[in-house]
Design a protein around this ligand. Structure first.
Ligand SMILES: Cc1ncc(COP(=O)(O)O)c(C=O)c1O
Length: 416
């Protein structure tokens, strides 16, 4: 099997960090933060999502071998590879936001209480629902979730992808009945195209990123993501509360959902929060460095396709601007090497299938831990208990086998 990406050492290329001076431990979780991520809105999302067919909490894996190897106390990995059979955590957000769009529309037209997802799946209000079209731009996973949500609740979907989205990812979305539109530009161009076509056609944009005047739907998306943190803490005893969380960022929605959850629930006891991005698409890092939302130009696509975003989500920034302690950029090699390390663990850990974007948070941890000065800055020592999220499995199976040198099925078979 040809290996397109060389297994070079994580230390070979630069890792950049910004320590956020605004993230003070004593800063309270404010009403403004609550308007983005809150436990009460999560309770609503929880009651719907956990009632969907095929729902099961994803596993929280412990990696004692890797923890020993890098000299930290514990590493937990929330493994989203099997989420609703869609292969990524995004199944939680987009589909939930589609449900909320339909509920709002039905209440607007018919009045009364919003119908439940079970009622919509049973065909109640079909006359309204089948006339509704939802749309979004995606680099793969979010579009798959929106298309799946549209299919299970009975509306139409049109999904925009950019020039670099792989054919495999395109096929995976189309399999849920979506009409696909491929544009010539990059991710940020596809966001703009979807929004302008939606305006012309009267479609509802179900985006995972926000912009001025467009908040409610991306907030629903993020609220769905927060369920992962709730599931993780349901199986961890309080005494095992993580000291650190490393989460990867695209537009920042995932990171903000997890950060907001822990901040609201644990206040000053909350874990030290690290946002990890590819060096080729580090808009959150650039924003932290500038102290305000700052776009970056993507000159070369990163292998971490789901994180290839040049503009932050302002909604996510409302939490991360003061909630994230550190922003880190990693080279593509670091993600590639972490994927291989998880697939072929040296110590007692079970092999894990982690996709290119899925592994980025853990890759950031490995990069920081390998550099004593940076590890010290983040207090990453033998007592650290770290939570990472494997946000996707092999969502592009061909690319996965090319990188790891083995198919995802073969890795899973070894794990079993
Ligand atoms: C697998 C994966 N992980 C992480 C992210 C980042 O999420 P966000 O864009 O909300 O920061 C994405 C986004 O598409 C993704 O597909």
């Amino acid at each position: 099997m040809p290996k397109r990406f060389p297994l070079s050492a994580v230390e070979a290329k630069g890792v950049r960090i910004v320590v956020n001076p605004l993230a003070r431990k004593d800063l309270g979780y404010s009403p403004a933060h609550l308007s983005v991520i809150s436990r009460s809105a999560l309770a609503e999302a929880n009651s719907e999502i956990t009632a969907w067919p095929g729902y099961a909490p994803t596993p929280l894996l412990s990696l004692p071998g890797l923890a020993r190897e890098i000299g930290v106390g514990r590493i937990w990995l929330k493994d989203e590879g099997a989420r609703f059979g869609l292969g990524s955590f995004k199944a939680l957000g987009g589909a939930y936001a589609v449900l909320r769009v339909l509920q709002r529309e039905i209440v607007k037209r018919r009045g009364g209480a919003p119908p439940s997802s079970a009622e919509l799946r049973a065909g109640k209000h079909r006359d309204i629902v089948q006339g509704i079209t939802v749309t979004t731009a995606t680099d793969g996973n979010h579009g798959r979730s929106v298309a799946w949500g549209a299919q299970i609740f009975g509306c139409q979907s049109v999904i925009y992808i950019h020039a670099h989205v792989s054919d495999g990812r395109e096929r995976a979305i189309a399999a849920y009945g979506a009409r696909m539109v491929r544009i010539t530009g990059n991710y940020d161009d596809s966001v703009r195209q979807a929004a302008s076509d939606a305006r012309r056609n009267g479609w509802s944009v179900v985006s995972d990123t926000s912009w001025p005047g467009y908040r409610d739907i991306p907030r629903d998306v993020m609220q769905g993501y927060a369920l992962m943190a709730d599931e993780a803490m349901a199986v961890l005893p309080e005494a095992e509360l993580p000291t650190h969380i490393f989460v990867q960022g695209g537009v920042g929605g995932l990171a903000a959902a997890i950060c907001g959850y822990f901040w609201e629930r644990y206040g000053q006891m909350r874990p030290y929060f690290v946002v990890v991005e590819p060096e080729r698409a580090a808009c959150l890092f650039a924003s932290a460095r500038a102290g305000q939302p700052t776009a970056v130009t993507i000159e070369q696509e990163t292998v971490m396709a789901g994180l290839s975003c040049g503009e932050i989500s302002p909604l996510a920034w409302e939490i991360l601007a003061t909630g994230a302690n550190m922003f880190v950029t990693i080279p593509d090699d670091a993600a590639v090497s972490a994927m291989r390390r998880l697939a072929h663990p040296e110590a007692a850990d079970r092999p894990v299938v982690a996709g290119e974007s899925g592994v980025a948070g853990l890759a950031g941890l490995l990069c920081i831990r390998a550099r004593p000065a940076l590890a010290k800055l983040a207090s990453l020592d033998a007592g650290a208990r770290i939570l990472c999220i494997n946000s996707e499995g092999a969502t592009d199976p061909e690319l996965y086998s090319r990188i790891v040198g083995e198919t995802a099925e073969a890795v899973r078979a070894r794990a079993a």
